[in-house]
Design a protein around this ligand. Structure first.
Ligand code: ADP
Ligand code: MG
Length: 690
């Protein structure tokens, strides 16, 4: 017996059923065993129908009393049954499913599961159902019964039956990757028992233990991959020959020339980065800190350290506008230090690009700042020592790993202003060390956030005029239009024309969007920075990183269309100077429940870390980054938020295992190694052969 046996080995699975199982992703006996229930029904006792309450999700058992079918008009039909037990009657209704009438006959025993509604009578709409009879085996009745996700022409009873058979025939052949020594200390069930109990638990305690063991396995494999990645990086990093010196003329001059005193938090993370850059391994660190917490200067510090050791560095930003801002800021900051900074973004002229590329190759440029053009152009560095990625959550996995590949042996610092809830950081960034800035520079005033309806926007315009009269500046961000930069641009341009000719005739109004050429964008941003522009109408190109302390008002049109982290990022553009500032969310809020929660959250808190937790709660872990971005395997059972303690446990165990046995070569770890190979793509298996 082998888990890789076709599911057709199981009695009751013929070619036809096999095809149906395939649709659920089940081909082998092992996959059948790992097809876990979606929920359970406690069929040891049932709620009496008379005691059902409206809005409850309930399971009831009764007898079909009568059935009725009505066609209302073409394509519209109602099928109804009444089911009763000793205490009362409930009605079940299915709309537009005429085929249902084939299944039901008065006198049949039936179980219904669904949401109870109470109109004149008790009722369920399209409940799940299962026929039962007095002769039923103990697989289906008188127990906690598993309920599976089905596809057409398969039913619960059939799946239960064949899964039970698979357990009988194959379960004892499941190799348990966790050696007893490891498992026992963690109070985890043996795998065979866990598989048995996840399908057919004798009580809910058994189900919980089974769940715990199986989720541990999922988390453990994931954390092992991360631990292996990290340990491999430590090894390759060891090849870096010239390490960064901490003390030196350059860094001293730089420290003296800083325009402000660093915060405690900045000093703390600078120390962490310095220690990494001195160590023989390559640095691999995530720097997270709320918007406006001053990450750029920390990055600048690392850049100077790298230059001081005679190495080149690259700083990558997600938008051209931000790359340009960094470029100008660093050029100015580094001018007295005699450090050469270059810029590389797609919309530069070909000539300008190729000259930068040449300078990078020859080593004439010490630091290159750019967008993803840095990975797209065929760049060659003379001696790359440090890679920094700003606002890295804006890049996809592929882009991030490409840039990191360029400097396999280079130090790598990734920065994000979207604080990442700890659970996610432990998975998505589980192979990185994490530094956190939890402090804003002194003297920052909180931003007042208000919500205004579209028809009250006139009042806002008055308020904007007052602010401009006080010599402040204003951003007006136009709606995010999903997947349509063209429409977004149209909205911004129209708003710009309208305001320039109308409400704000008397002021200088500017427009910026992603489709402009590099030079135009730079001109507009410089104009805003130098206060030649009072009011800047913009698409989301200013969402991340832009730093103009004199701006004190952020108006966000159609705020309901933005995600929570985007709203927070946009609000982060203001409140950067000594002036009171205002974030104005304009929205009719005809949007969804979720949109309402996002806006409420914005009104209630300004703490990016709390916002991030809330965002995770609203969106769920799978959606937090968007699927393409995190590059993590799907979890079948586990949920990193709900099962956080288990995640932490699995992480500790995995990292300590890799510390003891970095290539998983020990005989008692060979099954773990094998499971890893089965589970992860070839790219990751490479890790095991290092
Ligand atoms: P973020 O973390 O969002 O990237 P920035 O690095 O853009 O933040 O910094 C925000 C603003 O705070 C900038 O104008 C910067 O010059 C200023 N700043 C940074 N550190 C300090 C500090 N220690 N004291 C005063 N101002 C600071
Ligand atoms: Mg920044």
């Amino acid at each position: 017996m082998d888990l890789k046996n076709s599911a057709q080995y199981i009695k009751g699975v013929g070619p036809v059923k096999f095809k149906l199982l395939n649709r659920l992703g089940i081909y082998t006996a092992g996959e059948l065993l790992y097809y876990f229930p979606r929920r359970y029904e406690d069929r040891r006792t049932f709620s009496p129908i008379a005691r059902l309450k409206a809005k409850d999700f309930a399971t009831v058992k009764g007898e079909v009393l009568n059935v009725s079918f009505r066609r209302i008009r073409r394509g519209l039909s109602i099928f109804q049954i009444a089911a009763g037990d000793d205490t009362g009657v409930i009605q079940a209704t299915w709309f537009n499913q005429p085929f249902m009438k084939r299944y039901f006959k008065p006198g049949q025993g039936i179980i219904l599961y669904g949401k109870v509604e109470k109109r004149r009578r008790l009722q369920m709409n399209s409940p799940e159902f299962e026929f039962v009879s007095a002769k039923d085996s103990s697989l289906h009745m008188g127990r906690i019964a598993p309920i599976y996700r089905l596809s057409a022409n398969l039913n619960q009873r059939y799946l239960r039956t064949i899964i039970d058979r698979a357990i009988q025939s194959h379960c004892s052949f499941i190799p348990d990757m966790l050696p007893y020594s490891l498992r026992a200390g963690l109070e985890l069930l043996p795998l065979t028992l866990a598989i048995r109990y996840i399908h057919f638990p004798q009580d809910f305690t058994a189900r919980d233990s089974a769940y715990r063991r199986l989720v541990f396995d999922e988390f453990f494999l994931l954390q092992l991959i991360l631990a292996l990645k990290k340990s491999r990086r430590a090894k390759t990093g060891a090849q870096i020959t010239h390490r960064t010196q901490k003390e030196g003329r350059l860094i001293k001059t730089f420290r003296r020339s800083l325009p402000f005193k660093l915060t405690k938090a900045q000093n703390k993370v600078i120390k962490e980065i310095e220690d990494d850059m001195k160590a023989p391994q390559a640095m691999s660190r995530l720097l997270q800190g709320d918007v406006g917490s001053g990450k750029t200067i920390v990055a600048a510090y690392a850049l100077v350290l790298s230059v001081q050791s005679g190495l080149q560095s690259a700083l990558m930003a997600p938008t051209e506008v931000l790359a340009q801002q960094h470029y100008l800021m660093l050029s100015k900051l580094f001018a007295p230090l005699d450090i050469n900074v270059g810029l590389l973004i797609s919309s530069m002229s070909r000539q300008a690009k190729s000259s930068t590329v040449q300078d990078i190759k020859s080593g004439a440029v010490d630091i290159v700042v750019g967008t993803h053009a840095l990975i797209e152009e065929n760049l060659q560095f003379k001696r790359l020592g440090l890679v920094i990625i700003d606002e890295q959550h804006k890049f996809g996995v592929v882009q991030r790993s490409l840039l990191r590949k360029k400097g396999e042996t280079a130090d790598c610092l990734v920065m994000t202003a979207t604080p990442i809830p700890r659970t996610l950081a432990m998975t998505v960034y589980g192979d990185l060390d994490i530094s956190t800035i939890r402090e804003l520079p002194k003297g920052r005033l909180p931003v007042s956030t208000v919500w205004v309806k579209e028809h009250d926007v006139k009042n806002i315009y008055n308020f904007i005029r007052e602010e401009v009269a006080r010599a402040r500046q204003v951003y007006i961000v136009c709606p995010l239009i999903k997947k349509s930069p063209v429409l977004e641009l149209k909205a911004a341009s129209e708003m710009y024309e309208k305001l320039k000719e109308g409400e704000f005739r008397a002021y200088s109004v500017g427009l910026i969007h992603g489709r402009m050429k590099a030079l135009e964008k730079e001109k507009v941003m410089q104009g805003f920075k130098n206060h030649k522009i009072d009011i800047l109408v913009s698409t989301t190109v200013i969402e991340v990183g832009i730093d103009i302390p004199n701006a004190s008002v952020m108006v966000i049109r159609h705020a309901e269309r933005f995600g929570l982290s985007q709203l927070h990022q946009l609000r982060g553009r203001i409140g950067r100077g000594p002036h009171p500032s205002y974030c104005i969310l304009v929205s009719e809020l005809a949007g969804t429940e979720k949109a309402r929660r996002r806006i409420d959250t914005m009104l209630n808190t300004q703490d990016g870390f709390r916002l991030a937790e809330e965002d995770l709660d609203i969106r769920g872990p799978g959606q937090f980054f968007g699927p393409a971005q995190h590059g993590l395997p799907e979890l079948k059972l586990g949920n990193i938020v709900r099962d956080m303690q288990l995640l932490e446990l699995a992480r500790r165990v995995a990292f300590s295992l890799v510390r003891r046995d970095p290539c998983l070569k020990a005989p008692q770890h060979c099954l773990i190694r094998q499971r890893l190979k089965e589970k992860f793509s070839s790219a990751n298996i490479g890790l095991l052969s290092v």
